[in-house]
Design a protein around this ligand. Structure first.
Ligand code: GLP
Length: 262
């Protein structure tokens, strides 16, 4: 696991956006196959989306041959609901780039058959030959996507009940009213993300510091599901100083020195 600490969220986001752009452009040079990109929602990746849109507008990045798969979606929110993840993606990213709408996949939280929806999502990803790069964020309880504490390392796309902590954290998008936050969601599993060739996680803010410390400094632990990615061959966490606040001085120094040599 690589940990890259930037002074602030903006710098971390710019670094992540350029990293993604380089990967997509290098892929286009090497092959005509689509670049398969996993995507998150939330406040953490917002600046990355802005940067990617800027790169696209500047003519240096195209999503024409990108196939995207979002991590998760609330159950019971239609695409027209401003807090649905489909709505978020259209607003902040898909509507501003040249991705083919048919290739911009988000789980359908309104499905009548959640089992079928989840199975088809896994099959679609497998048919693509897997995900080249999965971008993600982290919940304040250390979750990735909606893989809440206790999720299995073998988990696949499925329905999950959200923890109280997650619903309280996300209530800021629902007029601060926890009762408006759905209680369940569809989410890719830990194993779905683990199968990706690369994983890039953006973490920012003091409210993530406790979880980041557990994920980086403690062992693999099912109660902090992002920690499973210590076992992934190519995971990068890019964070700001605020999120790194609870790491040991020695840990910060180690990762900063490692990056200097890269
Ligand atoms: C949600 C999402 C996660 C996201 C996390 C953090 O619960 N399911 O994918 O990483 O919250 O959100 P934020 O970036 O807004 O802090």
């Amino acid at each position: 696991m690589r940990l890259i600490i930037h002074e602030n969220h903006k710098d971390a986001s710019r670094w992540a956006a350029l990293y993604i752009a380089d990967k997509i452009n290098a892929h286009y040079t090497a092959t005509t196959k689509p670049f398969v990109l996993g995507l998150p929602t939330g406040s953490s990746p917002l600046l990355i989306y802005q940067e990617l849109v800027q790169l696209h507008k500047a003519g240096t990045l195209s999503f024409a041959n990108v196939h995207s798969y979002n991590m998760d979606e609330y159950i019971g929110l239609p695409a027209s609901h401003p807090q649905s993840y489909r709505y978020f993606m259209q607003e902040h990213f898909f509507n501003h780039v040249d991705i083919d709408p048919a290739h911009a996949h988000v789980l359908n939280g309104m499905t009548e058959d959640t089992m079928k929806e989840c199975q088809q999502y896994e099959e679609a990803i497998a048919k693509e030959g897997g995900i080249n790069l999965f971008l993600g964020g982290m919940g304040s309880n250390g979750h990735i996507a909606f893989n809440e504490p206790g999720s299995s390392m073998q988990s696949r796309t499925r329905i999950k009940t959200l923890t109280e902590e997650t619903r309280i954290a996300n209530s800021r998008f629902f007029d601060g009213d926890v009762s408006k936050v759905p209680t369940t969601a569809l989410t890719v599993g830990v194993a779905t993300i683990m199968d990706s060739r690369e994983v890039l996680i953006i973490v920012n803010g003091k409210n993530k510091a406790r979880a980041l410390r557990a994920v980086v400094e403690e062992g693999v632990n099912h109660m902090w599901t992002l920690s499973y990615f210590q076992m992934h061959p190519k995971t990068i966490i890019v964070c700001d100083e605020d999120a790194a606040e609870e790491l040991k001085v020695g840990t910060v120094r180690y990762f900063k020195n490692t990056e200097k040599r890269n």
